[in-house]
Design a protein. Structure first.
Lengths: 420, 313, 276
């Protein structure tokens, strides 16, 4: 492994005509693909601090941030890895469907060994480790950066002014959306065009209709999408679209478009995880006004956020610095970094392991932590196998746009699920 | 080099004496080869070889650039046959192509006819109408996605402002409308070139034909049908073939504006190839689509030229 | 033109609405790009900004790195145009004026490429450039674009050269000129229209190309303008003022250049293209 690294660096330097420079082992660059929002001062502050700390701990190493051009879903990660200018370590949207795409194409390295030799196994929740180690016949290819908790974001002032609140039964939820619609607002904003955000809404609807035990079986193929419980979730999406609670025009909107609707208070509710705080800040929305709630459910105790491993670190097979990359991930998993990130104003995620006494800067994060404390349901986007992800996202667009019935849509999705 | 000389010699032996005399030298093949070498090298390497390799990939289970592929026979072809999206995207490609020929070609023709009648303001209109063609299709996608935005777009806000809010449509979300909407954006960019070509064609029409028609007492409509349109025959052939090839290659606007959605409603063959090859990394199936697309292009070109030749005869 | 009737006012009046529809998007973008985010959020397309926000352009230019994107696009266009001329002119001459066995077949092999869209060969093309170490490099994209443009360029040059009378070739040969000298001293000076057509057409298609850069160019520092703008627009999607001013930055320079040279541009484009 070491020899390969040295040879790779030697080849790279040789190509640049620098082979004769002494001390080439010290001068190393680690190219990190993480955030595309470095133009925002707060985001830059956080990542520059990480860079400085890592460089201080590893003399001779320079960290360079490479702005992500997209995700696995739109092929940008694959393209970057295949080029000779790809990153050494990357943070991107994950979930089994997306990760299998890059694993099958042999674009990322297994990190299984580091889970024991660097102790990563004990640096994440045991249930996260169980999920990861069951996915690729024991091999693990990713390290979760955090876990998601997708719920409903609302405007505190708007809801207080009208005396609205999210809670109670599904019928109560419908009545609330009707009131919002009557007030001339878009009740639910969703942007399914680029996939993920449609999945956030759908996952919440499925959670409310089927509960997390059933959904766990559905996403792992033990139960069919066409069974009554998940089908009810899909039927409710169609029903809400027909009633105008989800405008059918939103079928052509992307996630950013839906966020804009909410940030400009033209829509009352947006489905997303705590990362949405970052977008709201970028849109100059007053963060104190953000409220977070879980989707109402008629099933006892199932009004929960959904989530899963949706945001992970990976090391490409083309990484010129695989060992330094592992060191970087280890650094990210350290107590100091995790605490710093969680308590930073951009700290809008839930750590992948128990972090006691975190004092989040953004007040609404307290509500997010409280909601997630009862457990997090399944966001199918990050659980359904690769063969079905694209169909899953397209079917959601079809349900919202009225192109496909709930039964048809679920049948098409079921057809793409591998046999259990 | 040796092989080259023998070929040249052999060729010279067979070449008719008249040809040799016309060339004035024995090195016709050699000189031609040297002059064509850069073209042959580049074209052979980056265009012809990839065509052959695409055929090979279509018979393998290649799952990405880093993977080992093995021969799987007609597997991918059978999978393509079973995939409803393949057939739907083919159909949508034809629809897309038709929209483009009619919208961009038609607008180009109509505006060329109108602009050609002008004299003092002619250059102004010709220049103004050509402006959209200078914008890259990908940028056109960004612009028109904002024009069509159902809540903030130019169309929806303008309709609401003038009290016609109810006319608003889900331009990019209505499955029956989306392909047309995106094509309008694409044709807005495309028509300018066709218009310039038609204007040039109009200038080449013999003016005496119009004078003769006037003497015969023809009205404007008759002059259009009997002089102008027949006179544009060659340009029209050129423009239609160009529009069909451009239409078949349509990618950027769809990719930027809808990414093939909603629910595959605007998926055309190029966006599906991109999805399969660079997102799903299913190279075998993508290669089958590449071959289908090439065949489609060849069939369209040959069939259209045959048809025109028969019309001419 | 002398036979035109005096008044063209009715025709102009009829064309004005068309003009509004076709040029409207540009005006809307330019006006919106000078508004504040709040003014844009109001959703009133017919209003003017209270104050012209030139700052939007400064911010977009800096955040989006448009200087480097424009530079890359210019290098790309220059490379493609130069190579296309260097490659297509001699080959077009050979296929038009030199008789050799199999000439038709060579010509057909090239013309075959006119019908094969670049999307249809993208997988092996990518693999090939990757093996040559040319992924993520402007050179890789440039070579692929040149190769893709060869069938058309060659067709255009050949058609034009065929129209040059053989007597000129014969006369030069009697003076002892070889093919290369005939091409450079006799044919190229004569073929201004074809050369400008090829130049304009390949420059336009390269400047506008999206597919090959999308697939090949990864690092933001190597990307071309259309790709860079799409990336910029999706990253700063909630920041309308930046998206609008960035978009204007991508097309305004070309449009100004076109308006300044429009007469020669139009002639070059149509004369040469229709000969082909």
């Amino acid at each position: 492994m070491l020899r390969r690294t040295l040879m790779a660096s030697a080849a790279a330097l040789g190509a640049a005509g620098l082979l004769a420079v002494p001390g080439l082992a010290q001068a190393q660059t680690l190219t990190v693909w993480a955030t595309d929002q470095l133009a925002q001062p707060l985001v830059a502050e956080l990542w520059n601090k990480l860079k400085a700390d890592f460089e201080a701990a590893n003399p001779g190493v320079t960290v360079e941030y490479m702005p992500p051009t997209g995700t696995i879903s739109n092929g940008a990660v694959q393209a970057a890895i295949q080029s000779n200018a790809g990153p050494d370590v990357l943070l991107t949207n994950s979930g089994i469907g997306r990760v299998s795409t890059v694993v099958n194409a042999k674009l990322i390295q297994p990190l299984t060994a580091h889970y024991s030799d660097m102790g990563w196994k004990d640096k994440i929740f045991p249930w996260l480790y169980d999920i990861l180690s069951s996915q690729f016949g024991g091999e693990i290819y990713e390290v979760p950066d955090g876990i998601d908790a997708i719920g409903l974001w609302y405007h505190k002032d708007m809801f207080a002014e009208h005396g609205w609140s999210i809670g109670g039964s599904w019928a109560d939820f419908e009545a609330l959306l009707q009131k919002i619609k009557d007030a001339g607002l878009e009740p639910l904003a969703v942007g399914p065009r680029n996939g993920a955000n449609g999945g956030h809404l759908m996952g919440n609807f499925l959670q409310a209709a089927a509960g997390s035990t059933v959904m766990g079986e559905v996403v792992s193929g033990k139960k069919a999408w066409t069974d009554p419980e998940p089908l009810l979730g899909a039927e409710r999406v169609v029903d809400f679209a027909r009633k105008g609670f989800i405008s059918p025009q939103m079928a052509g909107l992307d996630q950013e478009g839906a966020m804009r609707m909410w940030i400009n208070e033209r829509a009352a509710i947006f489905f997303g995880g705590p990362w949405f705080i970052g977008n709201a800040r970028a849109g100059e929305y007053p963060l104190d006004n953000m409220g977070f709630a879980t989707i109402p459910s008629d099933i006892e105790g199932e009004s929960k956020p959904t989530g899963g491993i949706g945001w992970s670190w990976m090391i490409p097979t083309s990484s010129k610095q695989p060992e330094l990359a592992a060191k970087w991930i280890d650094f990210i998993l350290s107590d100091e970094v995790m605490r710093y990130r969680a308590e930073h104003p951009t700290g809008n995620q839930i750590s992948p392991r128990e972090m006691p006494d975190i004092k989040p800067v953004v007040p609404v994060m307290v509500d997010v932590f409280a909601a997630a404390a009862k457990g997090v349901g399944y966001n199918p986007s990050v659980y359904v196998p690769g063969s079905a992800t694209d169909t899953y996202f397209q079917v959601i667009q079809g349900l919202i746009g009225g192109q496909v019935s709930a039964a048809d849509g679920m049948a098409q999705l079921q057809a793409k699920m591998p046999a259990p | 080099m040796t092989r080259l000389t023998t070929t040249a010699d052999g060729a010279d032996l067979r070449a008719p004496a008249s040809a040799r005399r016309r060339d004035g030298s024995r090195d016709g093949f050699g000189a031609a080869f040297v002059l064509m070498l850069p073209a042959i090298a580049l074209y052979g390497l980056f265009s012809l070889t990839p065509i052959l390799f695409t055929v090979w990939i279509s018979f393998t289970n290649s799952g990405g650039f880093n993977t080992e592929a093995s021969f799987v026979g007609l597997d991918n072809y059978l999978r393509a046959g079973d995939d409803p999206i393949v057939w739907q995207s083919l159909g949508r490609t034809f629809l897309w192509l038709g929209y483009h020929v009619v919208l961009a070609g038609g607008l180009g023709l109509v505006l060329a006819l109108a602009v050609s009648r002008l004299s003092r303001t002619r250059v102004f209109f010709r220049t103004a109408f050509f402006l959209p063609h200078l914008v890259s299709l990908a940028v056109v996608g960004v612009i028109w996605a904002n024009i069509y935005d159902p809540f903030y777009g130019l169309i929806s806000t303008a309709l609401t402002q003038i009290g016609l809010g109810s006319w608003n449509q889900g331009w990019l979300s209505d499955p029956l409308l989306v392909l047309f909407s995106v094509n309008v954006a694409s044709s807005w960019q495309g028509f300018g070139l066709y218009m310039l070509l038609f204007i040039a064609g109009l200038q080449n029409i013999d003016q005496s034909l119009y004078e003769a028609a006037e003497i015969d007492g023809a009205n404007s409509w008759q002059k259009l049908c009997n002089v102008t349109l027949p006179g544009l025959r060659d340009v029209m052939t050129f423009v239609i073939s160009l529009a069909m090839i451009n239409g078949l290659k349509g990618f950027a606007t769809v990719f930027v504006m809808t990414n093939g959605g909603p629910f595959y409603a605007s998926e055309i063959i190029t966006t599906y190839i991109y999805r399969l090859a660079f997102q799903a990394q299913d190279h075998g199936l993508a290669a089958v689509l590449c071959i289908l697309m090439s065949l489609l292009a060849i069939v369209i070109t040959v069939a259209f030229n045959r048809w025109r030749a028969r019309q001419a005869a | 033109m002398s036979r035109r009737k005096p008044s063209e006012l009715p025709a102009v009046l009829m064309l004005l609405p068309v003009l509004v529809v076709i040029v409207g998007p540009f005006l809307w973008l330019i006006v919106s790009s000078l508004k504040t985010e709040r003014e844009i959020g109001r959703g009133d397309p017919f209003s003017f900004p209270a104050q012209l926000m030139w700052q939007n352009y400064i911010d977009a230019w800096n955040i989006g790195n448009f200087g480097s994107l424009i530079g890359n696009s210019l290098i790309n266009v220059l490379g493609v145009v130069t190579l296309t001329l260097l490659v297509c002119a001699p080959a077009g001459y050979a296929l038009a004026k030199i008789r050799f066995p199999g000439r038709e077949w060579v010509f057909y092999a090239f013309i075959f490429g006119l019908t094969i869209p670049v999307q249809a060969v993208i997988i092996p093309l990518y693999q090939l450039l990757s093996n040559l170490g040319m992924i993520n490099s402007l050179w890789g994209v440039t070579l692929a674009q040149v190769s893709n443009g060869i069938p058309f360029g060659l067709f255009l040059m050949r058609s034009f050269f065929m129209g040059v009378p053989n007597e000129l070739t014969e006369a030069a040969k009697i003076d002892g000129a070889n093919h290369f000298q005939i091409l450079t001293r006799v044919f190229l000076p004569l073929s201004q229209p074809a050369i400008s057509a090829l130049l304009i057409i390949s420059a336009l298609s390269t400047w506008n190309d999206f597919f090959l850069p999308l697939v090949m160019l990864i690092s933001p520092g190597n990307q071309t303008l259309p790709l860079g703008l799409v990336r910029f627009a999706s990253t700063y999607n909630t920041d309308f003022r930046l998206v609008f001013s960035g978009t204007v930055i991508t097309f305004l320079p070309v449009i100004i250049l076109y308006i300044l040279t429009q007469r020669r541009f139009t002639e070059g484009l149509t004369q040469g293209a229709l000969k082909g």
